[in-house]
Design a protein around this ligand. Structure first.
Ligand SMILES: NC(=O)c1ccc[n+]([C@@H]2O[C@H](COP(=O)([O-])OP(=O)(O)OC[C@H]3O[C@@H](n4cnc5c(N)ncnc54)[C@H](OP(=O)(O)O)[C@@H]3O)[C@@H](O)[C@H]2O)c1
Length: 262
C-alpha cells in the first residue's frame, strides 16, 4: 500500500513515521510547500512539494495541513483523489465540507494527538458515508501504526479536539507545575521529572487496566489527616477541577468557532 501525507509538519511527520513502520506500507510520500518538487528518497519515504503527483500514486491520502491552508490544497487535489481513500486529520473541517470540496473521494475524518510521534496517540475517527468495510480496516490499520484509535460520531469531534487533540498541552502544564512544586520542596529537577511522568502514566494504566473509577482511586490513597488530603485541599481551593472542566469547554467552543469560519 502507498500512503501520501500532505503536510509534513508536526502531526504529518509523526503519522508518516508511524505508517512507514507497517510492513503493509511499501511507500510513504510526504509533501511540504517548502520541499523541492523532485522526489527525495530515504528508505520507504519520498519527500516532495508535488501534491498532485503523490495523490495519483497513493492508495491512501492523509491531509495534515492547517485549516487555513486547506481551501487551496483541497482545490488543488480534488481532480486526482476521486475514488481514493482520504483521511483528514485537520481540526474543525467537517466531513460535509470535505465532501463538497473532494467529490467522489472516500472520506474519513480523524483527530490524533502529538503522542503519535512516539507511537502512543489516541486517534478518534469518523468514517464518511461512502466508506466500505475494507476501507475501515485499512484506516484502523494505519491509525494503529502510531497509537490506539476509537470510532466516534462526527458531532463529537470538536469535543474530541478539545480533549485529546489539545490534551497533551494540558498534561504538559500539569507535569511542569508538579515539577515546579517538587523544586520548591528541594527535589532535583531530573528526579522530579522521572517521578512525575511515571506517576502520570502509571496512574492512567492502573485506572484503565483495573477499571477503577478515578474518585475511587483518589479515596484509596487519601487517609484521614494525611498528606494527600492536605494537597487535595489546596487543589480544591485553587478550583483545579473547575479550571480543567472550563478549559475543555472553552476549547470545544473554540473548535466550533473555527469550524464555522472555514
Ligand atoms: N499538532 C497536533 O498536535 C495536531 C493534532 C491533531 C490534528 N492536528 C491537525 O493537523 C493539521 C496540521 O497541524 P500541525 O500542527 O502538524 O501543523 P504544522 O506543523 O504547521 O504543519 C503543517 C504542514 O503543512 C504543510 N503545508 C501547508 N500547505 C501545504 C500544501 N499546500 N501542500 C503541502 N504541504 C503544505 C506545511 O509545510 P510548508 O509550510 O513547508 O508548506 C507544514 O509542514 C492541522 O489541521 C491540525 O488541526 C494537529
Amino acid at each position: 500500500m502507498k500512503v501520501a501525507v500532505l503536510g509534513g509538519g508536526k502531526i504529518g511527520e509523526a503519522i508518516a513515521n508511524g505508517v512507514a513502520r507497517s510492513p503493509r506500507v511499501t511507500r510513504v510520500f510526504v509533501t511540504r510547500r517548502s520541499s523541492s518538487p523532485s522526489l527525495a528518497s530515504k528508505g520507504k519515504r519520498r519527500t516532495t512539494s508535488d501534491n498532485l503527483r503523490v495523490c495519483k500514486e497513493a492508495d491512501v491520502v492523509v491531509i495534515a495541513v492547517k485549516a487555513a491552508d486547506a481551501r487551496h490544497l483541497l482545490l488543488e487535489i480534488a481532480p486526482v483523489v476521486r475514488g481514493r481513500l482520504v483521511i483528514s486529520v485537520m481540526a474543525a473541517i467537517s466531513l460535509s465540507k470535505l465532501h463538497s470540496a473532494l467529490p467522489g473521494a472516500r472520506l474519513v475524518r480523524a483527530m490524533p494527538n502529538v503522542a503519535a510521534s512516539v507511537g502512543k496517540a489516541i486517534t478518534a475517527f469518523s468514517p464518511g458515508p461512502g466508506i466500505r468495510a475494507s476501507d475501515r480496516k485499512t484506516v484502523e490499520h494505519l491509525l494503529g501504526t502510531f497509537g490506539e484509535y476509537i470510532a466516534v460520531p462526527e458531532e463529537l469531534m470538536d469535543a474530541v479536539t478539545a480533549l485529546s487533540g489539545s490534551g497533551p498541552a494540558y498534561i504538559a502544564i500539569l507535569i511542569d507545575a508538579m515539577v515546579s512544586g517538587a523544586l520548591k520542596v528541594g527535589l532535583p529537577r531530573d528526579i522530579a521529572f522521572q517521578l512525575v511522568t511515571k506517576t502520570l502514566t502509571g496512574t492512567a494504566d492502573l485506572l484503565r487496566e483495573k477499571g477503577v473509577h478515578p474518585a475511587e482511586l483518589r479515596d484509596l490513597v487519601t487517609t484521614p489527616a494525611g498528606t494527600t488530603i492536605a494537597g487535595i485541599y489546596e487543589l480544591e481551593k485553587g478550583a483545579f477541577r473547575t479550571s480543567i472542566m472550563n478549559a475543555i469547554e472553552a476549547a470545544t467552543h473554540a473548535a466550533s468557532r473555527v469550524a464555522e469560519k472555514v
